[in-house]
Design a protein around this ligand. Structure first.
Ligand code: SF4
Length: 441
């Protein structure tokens, strides 16, 4: 049984409301933090080893330490709640059922960073959640945990919720800041980084919802105790949103010491593959990370079990491994078509490209068209190499990571499932009515 830090009270009726949250010990971490200095909080976060839970896995304490502090210039904390990565829905769960955990984490983080005005930028499709968050903000304010002179410390903090317009690209931190400023959500060239010039050119920290919620248990149990949970550089707990062909889709909190096999087959988590079918492949960290076939998913190339953590999932690099990413765990059973799946993702990235960079704007469209051709049984053998060539030319040649995110799924699909692409091309009639199945995977 994994240790629960974030979701331990999620089952309690009424935990969404201040009174119940407070009865369960809510806001005691904030009270503790407000008696500490900002530097002491920063040290706790660094000691905890917390890595950003949005996808990149960058150490949160280090990110906070980069924040510029020019005299007289306001600083901001912006929570990235633009959770749009296909397969990822764990931040939605946190905000919907535990809004005060996020608000408390924001209060502690804002105090540490010196942000008197902080924001939650939430994806437009989560249309019912801003009301939940705004109600929680009002409750926290009424109880003296937000607003002026919080708990008599002299620290002021306001939190505002901003709805996005439904563009995936606004999950990229600089596009998010552009959108928050009221402009089109186009990613900015970096440097300057947001820590120096962020929202309205002021020093800004942009963090994922889960990262900020994790600040509460870090302060509660101390960074050192948090770092003891998990393994290696994968400290603490991680939320995983599991979906696809499994018996128990949902949001799970794991401590990153369990194996992938346990996560998929144990009744505590996914409960096995639906209808007793066999596992074909999985995308363990949201649609942008490489797909891996079952044999490489359950074991590394050295025959070691693969674990649900940053290092083990990436073992072997892109050739044999994948990434923890955002924790959006998508499972494919033996009946799923990898070509069709890759085409669906290519269509998504093409649709969501902001169009600023030629390799992304044009390349994602070409990849989608070629994949569509192959999927319809109209492809040629040379199309596979052309696809490979296009994704190579996108990766690393764009302003923001959407280009890489579009290229990696195509590269991994060709690398691990080339036989299935060739089967589609050799069997143009058959591929319209049948699936390639499991073959050698
Ligand atoms: Fe826009 Fe794509 Fe370039 Fe990102 S990589 S800035 S989404 S065109």
């Amino acid at each position: 049984m994994s240790k629960k830090l974030l979701l331990k009270d999620a089952h309690i009726e009424g935990i969404r409301y201040f009174e119940t949250y407070r009865k369960q010990g809510g806001y005691t971490a904030a009270e503790k933090a407000l008696k500490m200095t900002p530097d002491e909080i920063l040290e706790e976060v660094k000691t905890s080893g917390l890595r950003g839970r949005g996808g990149a896995g960058f150490p949160t304490g280090m990110k906070w330490s980069f924040l510029a502090k020019p005299e007289g210039v306001p600083r901001h904390l912006v929570v990235n709640a633009d959770e749009s990565e296909p397969g990822t829905f764990k931040d939605r769960y946190l905000m919907e059922f535990l809004p005060h955990l996020l608000i408390e984490g924001m209060l502690i983080s804002s105090y540490c960073l010196g942000s008197n005005v902080s924001y939650i930028y939430i994806r437009g499709e989560y249309s019912w959640i801003p009301d939940i968050l705004e109600e929680a903000i009002e409750e926290a304010k009424a109880a003296g945990f937000l607003g002026k002179n919080i708990m008599g410390t002299g620290f002021d903090c306001e939190i505002y919720v901003q709805r996005g317009g439904g563009a995936y690209i606004c999950g990229e931190e600089t596009a998010l800041l552009e959108s928050l400023e009221g402009k089109r959500g186009n990613p900015r060239l970096k440097p300057p980084f947001p820590a120096v010039k962020g929202l309205w050119e002021r020093p800004t920290v942009v963090n994922n919802v889960e990262s900020i919620a994790a600040i509460v248990p870090i302060i509660d149990i101390t960074g050192a105790e948090y770092a003891k949970i998990g393994v290696g550089r994968s400290t603490g707990t991680k939320l995983i949103s599991a979906c696809g062909n499994i018996n128990k889709p949902g949001v799970y909190e794991i401590d990153m010491t369990i194996t992938v096999e346990e996560f998929i087959y144990s009744d505590e988590y996914c409960g096995g593959i639906k209808d007793g079918k066999r596992l074909k492949a999985c995308i363990p960290g949201g649609s942008s990370v490489p797909i891996v076939p079952a044999n490489l998913l359950l074991k590394t190339v050295n025959g070691e079990p693969r674990y649900m953590n940053y290092e083990s999932l990436a073992d072997g690099g892109f050739a044999t491994g994948t990434m923890m990413g955002s924790g959006g765990f998508i499972v494919l059973d033996e009946d799923q078509c990898v070509v069709e799946h890759t085409m669906t993702l290519a269509r998504f990235y093409n649709h969501e490209s902001c169009g600023q960079c030629t390799p992304c704007r044009e390349g994602t469209g070409w990849m989608y068209k070629i994949l569509k051709k192959i999927e319809k049984g109209e492809g040629k053998m040379e199309d596979i190499d052309l696809l490979w060539d296009i994704q190579r030319k996108i990766e690393g040649n764009t302003i923001c990571p959407l280009g890489d995110a579009a290229a990696w799924p195509v590269a991994a699909a060709i690398r691990h499932f080339r036989d299935e692409f060739e089967w589609h091309i050799k069997n143009p009639e058959l591929c319209l009515t049948q699936n390639y199945g499991l073959a050698n995977y």
